[in-house]
Design a protein around this ligand. Structure first.
Ligand code: GLA
Length: 383
């Protein structure tokens, strides 16, 4: 939990001004992995872990950002639209600042102080939360209210152009639209969405494998290209338009890799729709089965899992009270999501920590997350 009053004081000590504070949350995704950039369905939820930005205006068209998690100052010259993308965390600040400018949100510049309690690079969308919080803060400094969907799209563009990952819209979308206690059922083609209440007898628990394999970014872009090739092979605009029958019919002529990628996306979209029905009817056993099937598909067909994720999922599934477990996010390390009965959480924590450590010699982290609201300005006096 970030202490807002402390962040305000730290900002005041550095800049001699009282800042405004903005926050944007990280996310979990119940189901619908690697479907967003295929125009498919996803079911994410915003979490109580978030990135906070303290900010006040400058007059020299410079955005100067400091983070409590990293050394140094990131400076972005708003008049240098062609600056090369930075290679450190500052690329997200730079990206959002320059994309906002290009979209007409002209600002005089700003000082930013960033604090976050989202574990970095763990698959909880720390980069989307940074993009969205910076976007919200800089738009406010520019004296503008920004449409939430536009804010999400600006974050995604920054991710593509400056982050180097051709991500879908899911992470930024849920960071801006999240609702406490609810998951968002989003159609990534039409961007129509609805919020679905999560039952109180369902706890969302995240297990961090504490591994991140280097191939993550390169493989992500490669998967996206493979999906586009698979859709083209089938003569469809995207894999969203492919049905199980199409795969059956054309599949024998398709290169094996493309067929596997397509099969994951087609079956995952169907699983999201079933998961929404299961949630609405309170069938948590069914929801768990779908989540476990999602892991298998991500591991075998989409090939984005890794031994640590598989081990963590296998351990979680044999614990009492667990409905389902799977890898979450882009893959190749990071976190798993586990849906379980709240009363079993304590035992889950000790068993998983011990068994994962025994099998991998890595000390995992386990987080109980609360499903929270999307990005907003924080009124510190009400904290
Ligand atoms: C990352 C991307 C998302 C999505 C997931 C996989 O989190 O940022 O857009 O593609 O991977 O579902």
């Amino acid at each position: 939990m970030i202490d807002i009053e402390l962040l305000k004081r730290q900002f005041f000590e550095r800049h001699g001004r009282v800042p405004r504070i903005f926050r944007a949350p990280g996310r979990v995704n119940l189901i619908g992995e690697h479907t967003d950039y295929n125009d498919g369905y996803v079911l994410p939820a915003a979490i109580d872990k978030a990135t906070y930005i303290a900010t006040s205006p400058r007059t020299d068209r410079i955005v100067a950002a400091q983070s409590l998690s990293f050394e140094g100052v990131v400076t972005v010259d708003l008049d240098n639209a062609d600056a090369r993308p930075r290679s450190d965390w500052g690329k997200y600040v730079q990206g959002v600042a320059l994309v906002l400018e290009a979209r007409g949100y002209r600002s005089s510049g700003a000082d930013l102080l960033i604090a976050s309690d989202i574990p970095l690079g763990a698959g909880l969308s720390s980069s989307a939360a940074l993009e969205v919080s910076v976007g919200l803060a800089l738009a406010a400094i520019a004296g503008r209210t920004i449409d939430r969907l536009e804010l999400a799209k600006i974050g995604q563009t920054a991710e593509h152009k400056y982050g180097g990952v051709m991500s879908g819209i899911m992470d930024q979308f849920v960071s801006v639209h999240g609702q406490a206690g609810r998951a968002l059922f989003l159609d990534c083609r039409s961007l129509e969405w609805s919020a679905i209440q999560l039952p109180t007898e369902l706890s969302v628990v995240i297990c961090n494998t504490k591994t991140k394999h280097d191939l993550a970014e390169g493989e992500y872009n490669k998967r996206r290209a493979e999906c586009e090739n698979a859709a083209a092979f089938l003569g469809k605009p995207s894999l969203r338009d492919v049905g199980a029958d199409d795969l059956e019919y054309m599949g024998s002529r398709m290169p094996d890799v493309l067929k596997k990628r397509a099969r994951h996306v087609v079956t995952e979209n169907a699983r999201v729709l079933s998961a929404v029905s299961a949630l609405k009817s309170g069938d948590l056993r069914k929801l768990g089965e779908l989540i476990s099937a999602s892991h298998q598909s991500l591991r075998d067909d989409f090939e984005v899992s890794c031994p640590e994720l598989d081990t963590m999922v296998a351990i979680a599934r044999r614990q009492p009270g667990v409905f389902g477990a799977r890898m979450m996010g882009g893959g190749f390390g990071g976190c798993t999501i586990n849906l379980m009965l709240p009363q079993e959480k304590k035992e889950f924590f000790s068993n998983v920590s011990r068994e994962y450590n025994d099998e991998t010699s890595i000390e995992p982290e386990v987080y109980y997350v609360t499903i929270g609201n999307g990005a907003e300005e924080v009124d510190a006096s009400r904290q």
